[in-house]
Design a protein around this ligand. Structure first.
Ligand SMILES: Nc1ncnc2c1ncn2[C@@H]1O[C@H](COP(=O)(O)OP(=O)(O)OP(=O)(O)O)[C@@H](O)[C@H]1O
Length: 231
């Protein structure tokens, strides 16, 4: 199976200080990957590069085996297929429906199709009936779920999430957990950063362990991705 995203000899530095240094990493389609590691190990930096929101200092990022040229027009095309849900997502001080419709309107999706996608996305994240609520007056966990719904509306091939459950209570985490297999079935590749110790294993995730900007080598000779038995 061909990888959907790959990283080769990738480095990111801030003021000459290397914070990310990954020789080789492949993400296969329709799987869940969890980036784990201590604060500051480079998980968010890697996610931002994978989302094409940040250019690496050196090295290559490949989407479906094509090197990203980091030119605006090319980036725009691929960005439609790769979406990042930030750790503290920005939502407009308007109703949930407005927040969700915004990105669809920009892409020329109106009317019944817009309505259908919003309805389905809210249902997927367990927020049916929240359409008229002010998004900024929701709880942190609910806002996180609105942001996930907003990303799903765009029907990405790759969904990147930076600590998606950080503001969620137990019930919201359960909703989130049950969403993951549905998304995989819909052929979405999911890459998340997480601090939840048991969740990756519970969800049958591949685990990518990081420390000080590098992959933590497993016993396996060729990869630091630790496959967990699927449930
Ligand atoms: N804009 C920036 N300027 C300078 N250094 C930065 C910048 N952004 C991140 N860093 C540094 O890069 C390193 C990696 O940060 P990153 O946010 O990717 O880590 P992380 O693993 O996501 O951490 P956390 O678990 O706390 O979210 C850290 O040492 C951080 O201080």
């Amino acid at each position: 199976m061909k990888p959907i995203l790959s990283v080769r000899n990738l480095q990111k530095s801030y003021n000459g200080h290397v914070v990310l240094n990954i020789e080789e990493l492949d993400f296969l389609p329709n799987r869940l990957y969890s980036l784990v590691g201590p604060n500051g190990c480079g998980k968010s930096t890697l996610l931002q590069i994978l989302a094409l929101l940040m250019k690496p200092t050196s090295g290559a990022l490949l989407f479906q085996e094509q090197a990203i040229p980091w030119k605006r027009r090319e980036l725009q095309k691929i960005r439609r297929q790769v979406t990042l849900v930030h750790q503290s997502p920005y939502l407009f001080h308007r109703c949930v429906r407005y927040n969700l419709a915004y990105g669809l309107k920009i892409r020329g999706i109106h009317g019944d199709e817009q309505h259908r996608r919003i309805h389905e996305a809210l249902d997927l994240v367990g927020l049916s009936g929240f359409g008229r609520r002010n998004a900024r007056e929701l709880s942190g966990g609910e806002q996180q779920r609105v942001a996930i719904a907003r990303a799903l509306l765009l029907q990405p091939k790759v969904l990147l999430m930076d600590e998606p459950t950080s503001n969620m209570d137990k019930k919201s985490i359960e909703t989130f957990d049950s969403l993951i297999p549905t998304l995989i079935e819909r052929e979405i590749t999911i890459i998340q950063a997480t601090h939840l110790p048991d969740q990756p294993q519970r969800l049958g995730s591949e685990i990518i362990a990081m420390d000080q900007g590098q992959l933590v080598k497993s016993d396996s000779p060729s990869t630091s991705v630790l496959p967990i038995a699927r449930q």
